[in-house]
Design a protein around this ligand. Structure first.
Ligand code: GAP
Length: 476
């Protein structure tokens, strides 16, 4: 009997996710944490190609956010901070997920996500009682995604902040907790004055940082989309109240263009406007990406008013006003922010790059078509035959020369076809083969990942050839 279309669609979606997860493990992009001990839920390690990809993503973000901007400076604040920061920010009282448990399979699930599944959107600010009332109204319509049953416990809100026992020498971990930061931007807010006093910055200006954040998340098999330890790339832009919305529109446009420049196709991106804003926010949008499991938040872009600096001013007792150098008027700067996860960007980039192509009857090649500047390996160098010393030596010399400029690999194992397939799977841009003609004519073949076409290039021109190709492909 033919499978119903709906099942086929779900199967296709799951297939893509399963294929990406499997390739990431098989080829050394992403490993489940602590695997030899049975794993550690919602934590992942980056393998040799994963760390190259993540570094390239971070480099790209830093380039557009800091290097190419006169008005934005970088920062690297510590993970541990004064616990009062998390009270001032509202995280201690309000940073919590509403959870319910399926009484049949004991699976813990986020109530806002369950409600979203039937097109009911819970407000982030809802108290435990309010969300219980909403859930009670609709829970009859919601089946457990794990076991298909419909029997739920009361909703409880669980704090997302991760506690540490730093400086606490008692056995009671809940006493005087220090937190692992739940977002990196708080480190930016509390250094606003330091940056202002030590740098020649004038409003409007931004502070950007990349760093780890930690959240006690309940995750449902979302791979690196949602993890409890993750890296954020955040930029906070300080402006006058009058500038806030104009700068916000500019930021939204810049961030959209950034993803197009990153090789993400526009059809896979969309805006999601927040309808239920927190009381201080002026406007909030997410850029969503069409992940294998559907459109979900990739990045948040928020106009936050002067809430953050007002709160830190109040809780620290330090005046965080800005004195306008022209008018001499004082005000608390307003903030617009751009915030995105490295892991989430990686998953979007991997989804976008993943391709399966029929090369001939019965033969499919899997290829990651990363944009040039994100590809973990730019070129691989192969001696045609691994057991011919004269080929190996010439190939080594080329490899040693190229490695000073690019991330390159040397591979002399197996037949050339297999070596090509392996490099395709990790998204290597060019494969350079040293054959017998190389010994006579000092030329090599260069095979392009996407077209699979080969051309002969003189070894003396190879470095420039690759530089031209890679920079041309990288320019926008
Ligand atoms: N400072 C604002 C802030 O942290 P957020 O919407 O909670 O806002 C911003 O997070 C971005 O950080 C998200 O759009 C996502 O890319 C990333 N992110 C948040 N939680 C994450 C998690 N548990 N795992 C991976 N990435 C996460």
């Amino acid at each position: 009997m033919p499978e119903p279309l709906i099942n086929l669609t779900i199967k296709k979606i799951m297939d893509l996710m399963t294929k990406i997860i499997s390739l990431c493990k098989r080829r050394g992009f992403v490993f489940p944490s602590s695997e030899i001990y049975g794993g550690f839920s919602a934590v992942y390690d980056l393998g040799p190609y994963g760390v190259e990809l993540a570094n390239n993503i971070k480099k790209e973000w830093w380039k557009v956010m800091v290097q190419e901007r006169e008005d934005i400076v970088g920062l690297d604040s510590a993970i541990f901070m004064h616990p009062k920061i998390w009270e001032a920010s509202g995280h201690v009282s309000g940073f919590a997920d509403p959870l319910t448990e399926c009484k049949k399979c004991n699976g813990r699930l986020r109530v806002d996500h369950l409600l979203e599944g039937i097109n009911i959107f819970a407000d982030e600010k809802m108290t435990e009682e309010e969300i219980n009332q909403l859930f009670d109204k609709h829970k009859g319509e919601i089946k457990c995604p794990n076991c298909g049953k419909n029997d739920w416990t009361k909703v409880k809100k669980f704090s997302l902040l991760v506690k540490a026992n730093l400086g606490n020498f008692t056995d009671d971990w809940s006493r005087d907790p220090v937190y692992l930061r739940g977002e990196t931007c708080q480190g930016i807010y509390v250094n606003y004055l330091n940056v202002l006093d030590s740098n020649r910055v004038k409003i409007p200006f931004g502070i950007a940082q990349i760093g780890k954040a930690f959240r006690n998340e309940i995750t449902a098999r979302q791979f690196i989309f949602r993890t409890i330890e993750f890296e954020q790339m955040e930029m906070q832009y300080f402006c006058s109240p009058a500038q806030e919305m104009e700068e916000y529109e500019k930021l939204r446009q810049n961030r959209w263009q950034y993803y197009l420049n990153l090789g993400i196709s526009e059809k896979n991106l969309k805006w999601h406007k927040h309808e239920n804003l927190v009381f201080y926010a002026k406007e909030a949008y997410d850029i969503e990406y069409n992940f294998p499991f559907g459109f979900k938040e990739l990045e948040g872009i928020h106009a936050r008013g002067n809430y953050d600096l007002s709160q830190h001013g109040k809780f620290s007792g330090v005046i965080l006003d800005y004195a306008d150098p022209k008018t001499k008027k004082k005000y608390i700067p307003h903030i617009i922010e751009s915030s995105v996860g490295v892991g989430r960007t990686m998953l979007a980039v991997l989804t976008e790059a993943f391709n399966e192509e029929q090369v001939k009857e019965g033969e499919i090649r899997t290829v990651l078509k990363f944009p040039a500047r994100l590809a973990p390996i730019k070129a691989a160098v192969f001696p045609l035959l691994g057991n011919k010393p004269e080929l190996a030596e010439k190939a080594r010399n080329i490899f040693n020369d190229l490695k000073k400029v690019f991330q390159v690999e040397f591979d002399d194992s197996g037949n050339i076809g297999k070596r090509y397939r392996r490099q395709d799977e990790i998204g290597t841009l060019y494969c350079i083969t040293i054959d017998f003609e190389s010994l006579e004519k000092n030329t090599v073949t260069v095979r392009d990942r996407d077209t699979m076409q080969q051309e002969r290039v003189n070894i003396t021109e190879l470095k420039q050839f690759l530089t031209d190709k890679i920079t041309k492909a990288s320019s926008y």
